[in-house]
Design a protein around this ligand. Structure first.
Ligand code: ZN
Length: 339
């Protein structure tokens, strides 16, 4: 059993990387794209293990030898993991200094590995300066160096960067696959596994984190409780809630994304009235609340609320007045008597 098997889904990508290695047709640069926490870095790290594993060819990466173990915990001297810095507002930036440091390092010969590997996470966060500096390495890579870039979307990279990489685009995983992994590998109870698999939106990494960290589901429950309160309240209660929520602006992007997924579920139910589509829903535990509303409110009210929630997220990203944005949003949501 090789360590490739720890990769859930993405079988074709594993096949492509393993075949390239087995047939001695390696690229010097790969770009792994896909949604956040879908498994991009795990795939890159496992490939780095395969490149440097000491087991016999057919068993690489074994996961047990010294290189495999060190790479698995990002401690191997010849395998560098480079990540962007996170600023206060959650913005990611990969700086030119970081790239320069990596380049110096890649120009030295390997300590012990067959291949020096650089994993550059979220290269879409590279500044123009950093991207242009890195271009030199992509154009003239040092020998026995393999560059593994990850990004949420290839289109967010300079074409001069992406065109020099072999691209592997990872798709979101199905809820079934995520649920199965949570239940069998992590012993998550069935009901919770189902819920997390649907909330994950195809991102296994998110589901695993949420299975281990209770606060993630607790936060979501609070976010939904605020939404339920808002929808049950009249104008005065909604003004008060907007005022309260506006005091914690850093919590709002996550809150609004939760609300957005709720309205999206309601839109789905409204458009497919009567048909069983619970499998497509994100908030599967809200179905009993959603179903009556999907028939009580009309399409215009529901899609209007969905669009306005999206709009609010967009406005807050652009530093609009927080309280005003929330007031507009909550007052546009259907009032109780209209249900
Ligand atoms: Zn190994």
């Amino acid at each position: 059993m090789s360590n490739w098997e720890q990769i859930v889904g993405h079988g074709w990508a594993v096949q492509m990387l393993a075949d390239g290695l087995a047939n001695d047709r390696l690229g010097h640069a790969y770009l792994i794209t896909g949604p956040e926490q879908v498994g991009k870095t795990t795939l890159a790290r496992t490939f780095a293990q395969a490149l440097n594993c000491e087991a016999s060819v057919g068993e690489r990466p074994c996961g047990h030898c010294r290189p495999c173990k060190l790479i698995g915990v990002d401690r191997h001297p010849d395998v560098k993991l480079v990540s962007p810095e996170v600023s206060g507002r959650g913005k990611l930036t990969l700086k030119i200094e970081t790239i320069r440091q990596l380049q110096q390092d890649l120009n030295l010969s390997a300590y012990e590995a067959r291949y020096k590997v650089a994993i550059l996470e979220r290269f879409d966060a590279a500044t123009i300066g950093a991207a242009n500096a890195f271009l030199k390495t992509l154009e003239e890579p040092p020998g026995k160096v393999v560059l593994l870039l990850t990004a949420t979307d290839a289109d967010m990279l300079l074409p001069t960067i992406s065109s020099r990489c072999r691209t592997l685009n990872l798709r979101p995983l199905s809820p079934d696959l995520i649920e199965q992994h949570l239940a069998t590998q992590l012993q998550v109870p069935a009901e919770k596994a189902t819920l997390l698999a649907h909330l994950a939106d195809g991102r296994l990494g998110w589901a695993i984190r949420a299975a281990k960290d209770e606060t993630i589901l607790q936060t979501r429950a609070e976010q939904l409780a605020y939404l339920h309160d808002a929808l049950a309240g009249q104008r005065a209660q909604r003004f008060a809630l907007a005022d309260k929520l506006a005091r914690k602006p850093e919590t709002l992007p996550s809150l609004l994304k939760t609300w957005l997924s709720w309205w999206r579920d309601l839109t789905l139910l409204n458009q497919r009235q009567g048909q069983p589509i619970s499998l497509m829903l994100t908030n599967v535990d809200e179905i009993e609340r959603l179903e009556p509303l999907a028939t009580a409110w009309n399409e215009l009210q529901i899609t209007g609320s969905l669009n306005q929630t999206n709009q609010a997220l967009w406005q807050l990203e652009r530093n609009a007045n927080t309280r005003l944005v929330l007031e507009n949003l909550l007052l546009l949501y259907p009032l109780p008597e209209s249900a």
